[in-house]
Structures are given as structure tokens and as C-alpha cells.
Design a protein around this ligand. Structure first.
Ligand code: OAD
Length: 236
């Protein structure tokens, strides 16, 4: 159990593992997305330039899958934590699904973008809600400016979103908890170390196996997040 005092600020970083029990595949484990497809062929600016149809096919498939699943008790526990401690919780996810929101979380930072949003590849129009799927022979959507519309996703080689707010959150938090993330993708893999360096946060990991950045954590809670998170917090 993690005790949360009235003065604590809690930073939670979630990864693909929290959505695994909802039926969405992770990236690197058995059956993982990057076991079947190479990330460089599909999730990089180079892949988009080479073959935007292929990239849209991949994200269309993921949109379809993500719209078929429901949040699990892990997502629900984090929504309940927000209801209990309000803006003392900073919830940052690497996930592009909307399961945190569907579970009732109100303030979610999507550092790797959002599956159900798209934006112009070229002009400064903001991202917009988009649940469409684009599969051959569909023509790809275009912005009024003429450029292609792309998924609102942070691809490898691009800068994650909302990093100013994330850095502030990491500097202020006194409790840091990573959930279901393998700890290999930067910059998220270094967040626990930043939280320790900032307000000397206590650091915890929740997931079935040790993450690659294990040494950044004070304590591990090994198991499925849908089973551990509902019993993990005691807000004092
Ligand atoms: P990974 O696939 O690398 O890691 C998923 C983690 O979830 C593993 O450590 C598993 O042990 C854990 N896991 C599996 N089942 C779980 C369960 N029921 N409860 C809790 N944990 C469980 O996914 P991420 O670390 O999220 O980026 O990957 C980080 C980024 O790499 C992703 O956001 C994505 C990917 O490439 C982009 O697409 C930009």
C-alpha cells in the first residue's frame, strides 16, 4: 500500500501494460505490436513520407481495436484517485488510447499523442477529434491548406507533447508511480530518476515484471495493474 499524505503530490506514468487487461496489445512483450511490425517501417516521419497509406492503415486498425475495448479496474482506480486528491495527481500516459478518459479521469496528459485525433502534417491548425478509418482504396484526408492529414501521434524521432508541464510535474511530485511500462523508451524511462532528483520523490513500479530502469525505483509491486491498483492507495 502507498500512503498519500495531504501534502503529497503524485505523478503517475502509465504505459501499454495498463491497457493490456482491456485487450489492447503492448509493444514489446509476447504478441506485442513491435514483434509483428518494425517500428521504423510505420511509426517514424520517414515511414510517413514513404507510404502514408500504409501508416494510415496501421493507425486505422488501432483505432478500430481501441474503439472496441473498455477500461479495466486499473484505469478505474486512477480515476478514483483523481476524485480523491484532485489536482495533486498528475496523470501522464504514453498510451494513445482513451481508456483513462473513458474510466472517468479528467486530466490526462498524452505525451505520445492521441489515437482519436488527427492534425495537418504541415500547417498550424490544432489537432481535431477523428475516429475515421482510412483503408485502401480510400483517399487520404487533406487539410484545407492542401497538405495531408496525419495521425496525432508522436513518432520515433519526434518530440513528445506537453513536455513543459511534464517537467514541472516531475519537479514537484513527492510520489512517483510508473505502471505497465518497460522503461526502455526515452524520455519517459528517465522520469523516475528526475522525480527522485527533484522533490526527492518516493518511487514505485507496478507491473508483472521488473522494468529495464528498475534501479530508479524504491519499491516494485509485481503483478497485473488491474489487480494491484484498486488496492494500492490510501489517501490520508
Ligand atoms: P512496452 O510494450 O514496452 O511495455 C509494456 C509493459 O507492460 C511491460 O513491461 C509489461 O511487463 C507490462 N505489462 C504487461 N501486462 C501488464 C498488466 N496486466 N499490468 C501491468 N503491466 C503489464 O510498452 P511501453 O513501455 O508503454 O511509443 O512502451 C513505451 C512506448 O514505446 C509506447 O508509448 C510506444 C512504444 O513504441 C510510441 O508509439 C511513440
Amino acid at each position: 500500500m502507498i500512503e498519500i499524505a495531504p501534502t503529497d503530490r503524485v505523478f503517475i506514468l502509465t504505459g501499454a501494460g495498463i491497457s493490456a487487461e482491456s485487450g489492447l496489445p503492448t509493444f514489446r512483450g509476447e504478441g506485442g505490436i513491435w514483434r509483428q511490425r518494425r517500428a521504423e517501417e510505420i511509426a517514424t516521419p520517414g515511414a510517413w513520407k514513404r507510404d502514408p497509406h500504409f501508416v494510415w492503415e496501421f493507425y486505422s486498425m488501432r483505432r478500430r481495436k481501441a474503439s472496441e475495448v473498455k477500461p479495466n479496474p486499473g484505469h478505474a482506480a486512477l480515476a478514483a484517485l483523481e476524485a480523491a486528491i484532485g489536482d495533486r495527481l498528475f496523470l501522464c500516459t504514453q498510451n494513445v488510447d482513451n481508456l483513462h478518459e473513458n474510466a472517468g479521469s479528467r486530466n490526462v496528459i498524452h505525451m505520445h499523442g492521441e489515437l482519436f485525433k488527427s492534425r495537418c502534417e504541415s500547417c498550424a491548425q490544432p489537432p481535431f477529434d477523428d475516429a475515421q478509418t482510412y483503408e485502401p482504396p480510400a483517399t487520404l484526408p487533406r487539410c484545407p491548406c492542401g497538405a495531408l492529414i496525419r495521425p496525432h501521434i508522436c513518432w520515433f524521432g519526434e518530440v513528445p507533447f506537453h513536455m513543459d508541464r511534464v517537467r514541472r510535474g516531475l519537479g514537484e511530485c513527492t510520489v512517483f508511480i510508473a505502471v505497465g511500462t518497460s522503461g526502455v523508451v526515452e524520455p519517459a524511462a528517465s522520469f523516475a530518476a528526475h522525480a527522485r532528483a527533484g522533490a526527492q520523490a518516493r518511487t514505485f513500479y507496478v507491473g508483472p515484471e521488473e522494468p529495464a530502469n528498475r534501479s530508479s525505483f524504491d519499491q516494485l509491486f509485481l503483478g497485473k495493474s488491474g489487480e494491484i491498483l484498486p488496492k494500492l492507495f490510501r489517501a490520508l
